[in-house]
Ligand binder design. Structure first.
Ligand SMILES: Cc1cc2nc3c(=O)[nH]c(=O)nc-3n(C[C@H](O)[C@H](O)[C@H](O)COP(=O)(O)O)c2cc1C
Length: 196
């Protein structure tokens, strides 16, 4: 079994819900398994106060997760049209894998959740691709051959799976958002297996 890393940060649960559905898509591909990992919150003193094990969700990621997996799905909430600080902080600590080329040539995709549909959802996905290109990763999105992409009234973009959580941050995914997230996980797993 070859593993695909689903690495995410989620504060209120929407991105975690997407991560779990993308993981289901990955697991549905024979020979592929999802490895879910998260990153800690940050503050000026974060590393001193966070417990080693998160209260809920996946374990914290380590550099070895990046090295061992054959592909990566990266998820973050939208924060002012960009990825969240905890995910950016984690990525800023990946100079080691960058120098060794641990991720070069591996496929990757991105996913997000935002409050509103036009609140920077797609800008966040595009900006999340930039560090992955520096790592030499091969990016894939969602094709319009997925029927839900043209009809979704919530999340789901050609740049990656997404959820629109609304003003109250509702983490419940719509059926369309779920189908698109599963499709993204499957697509990533199939390509990663071919390339590995
Ligand atoms: C500091 C902050 C900034 C945010 N910026 C945006 C934004 O630019 N656009 C938007 O649509 N939602 C924005 N949101 C809402 C979150 O993206 C949204 O609630 C998301 O679903 C949270 O994901 P999570 O449940 O995985 O934490 C922001 C939330 C916070 C706390």
């Amino acid at each position: 079994m070859q593993e695909i890393l689903v690495l995410y940060y989620s504060h209120r649960g929407s991105v975690r819900a997407l991560a779990e559905v993308i993981g289901r898509g990955i697991d549905s591909v024979p020979g592929a398994a999802a490895r879910l990992r998260t990153v800690p919150r940050i503050s000026a003193v974060c590393e001193a106060i966070e417990a080693d094990i998160p209260e809920r969700g996946a374990p914290y990621a380590e550099m070895s997760d990046l090295e061992e997996c054959i592909g990566l799905a990266l998820g973050s909430p939208t924060r002012f049209g960009n990825m969240s600080a905890p995910m950016k902080y984690f990525l800023d600590g990946t100079a080691g894998p960058w120098l060794s080329g641990a991720l070069a040539g591996k496929p990757a995709c991105v996913f997000t959740s935002s409050g509103s549909q036009h609140g920077g959802n797609e800008a966040t996905l595009l900006s999340m691709m930039l560090p992955l290109l520096h790592h030499g990763m091969l990016l894939l999105g969602l094709p319009f051959s997925e029927p839900d992409l043209a009809h979704s009234s919530g999340g789901g973009t050609p740049y990656g799976a997404s959820h629109v959580a609304g003003a109250n941050g509702d983490p419940r995914l719509s059926d369309e958002e779920i189908r698109l997230a599963v499709a993204q996980g499957k697509r990533l797993a199939k390509l990663a297996l071919k390339l590995s």
